[in-house]
Design a protein around this ligand. Structure first.
Ligand SMILES: [Zn+2]
Length: 351
């Protein structure tokens, strides 16, 4: 039989015979009736336009991490140090990739990998950079360095960095980097902004901000709290598209991260929070979700989860959404004395 030929195989009832090894194929050689069996004709298409999580570290934006001692930018220094280790790290990862692949379902749960290494700084003090990467398995191990996203640098206080005046554009860039950090270190993320864009923006430009939000938000972790008007703008922006909002909602697309703000008529606060049981990191300020040159004030601080609930969520009468899967340990590749080692880090020591 030529490779291009179609042929029939017999499977047990396709609805009830599905196992982790796929359908149970029954032996059909020599069966006389095989040519007369009906072919399955149901086709399910999953081609609904959707925006999926796509975190990318913008290396052209102002650095999020700056040295506590001399204020020098460290983001690019960290990426440069990682690049130096590209080959050694990949060789180490390839061994782990083989091990995880061989273990199959018996491999430890490992949806993300942390990569830690010390980076040079003109201050002369040690800084430890931590990157996060999703565990991507494939027949050829993906290049780990290409998937590493910077999530922390030690001795680079975010309080020092983010208590300042900054342009709207810089606030959005900092938020984008914080969202990357929070997707790796927090259980839940809250984005509270009464408006998305502003009233003089076109529907197209407003939709572009929403799409930015969806690319940077895992719906299992992120909740957006906004006013009814912003919600209406989003629906309006989608009304002419091939997939109007109501239809997207029916299919459970990522846009479901939005909590409609109908009860929050007097809500004008803007805050962005990465929440864990241990602590909450909070960026707040005067900026809505929009880019632009005008200056805004921002502040960053951390507080216990109980205090955040009392001072923020209870005031908004908004309960904290149910936590998703909570990781209390992280599997990490750590560069120690020029050798990559595997270790398990407990949550309090990740960063
Ligand atoms: Zn330094």
């Amino acid at each position: 039989m030529a490779c291009e030929d179609r042929y029939r195989i017999k499977i047990r009832d396709p609805y009830n015979s599905y196992t982790e090894y796929m359908f149970q194929v029954t032996h059909s050689d020599g069966e006389k009736d095989i040519a007369t069996l009906k072919l399955a004709t149901d086709i399910i298409e999953h081609n609904i336009p959707s925006i999926t999580l796509d975190l990318k570290y913008d290396k052209t934006a102002p650095a999020l991490y700056r040295c506590d001692y001399n204020q020098s930018d460290l983001d690019l220094v960290a990426y440069a140090a990682l690049e130096v280790e590209r080959e050694h790290l990949q060789a180490f990862w390839v061994k782990w990739h083989s091990w995880i692949s061989a273990k199959g379902t018996r491999a430890p749960e490992m949806d993300k990998i942390l990569v830690q290494l010390e980076i040079p700084c003109v201050c002369g003090n040690p800084h430890r950079a931590t990157f996060g990467a999703p565990t991507l398995l494939s027949h050829i191990p993906p290049d780990l360095v290409n998937h590493c996203l910077l999530i922390d640098i030690s001795s680079a206080s975010l309080e020092d960095r983010l208590n300042c005046l900054a342009s709207k554009t810089e606030v959005m860039s900092s938020l984008e980097k914080l969202l990357i950090r929070w997707h790796f270190i927090c259980d839940q993320i809250i984005i509270a902004s009464p408006f998305v864009g502003h009233q003089y923006m076109s529907a197209e430009d407003i939709l572009a901000i929403w799409k930015w939000l969806f690319r940077n938000s895992d719906p299992r972790k992120v909740t957006v709290i906004t006013r009814g008007e912003a919600w209406a703008d989003l629906k309006e922006a989608y009304s002419d598209s091939a997939m109007p909002y109501e239809k997207r909602e029916r299919y459970g697309l990522p846009e479901k991260i939005i909590t409609k703000g109908v009860t929050l008529r007097h809500f004008h606060a803007k805050f962005f929070a990465g929440c864990s049981p241990e602590k909450v990191e909070l960026l707040s300020g005067s900026a809505n979700l929009v880019r632009g040159p005008s200056l805004e004030n921002i502040s960053f601080n951390t507080m216990p989860a109980t205090r955040f609930k009392k001072k923020y969520l209870d005031v908004l009468c908004t309960p904290l959404p149910q936590a998703g899967n909570v990781d209390r340990v992280a599997r990490a590749f750590v560069l120690s004395h020029k050798v990559w080692e595997y270790t398990i880090l407990k949550s309090e020591s990740w960063i």
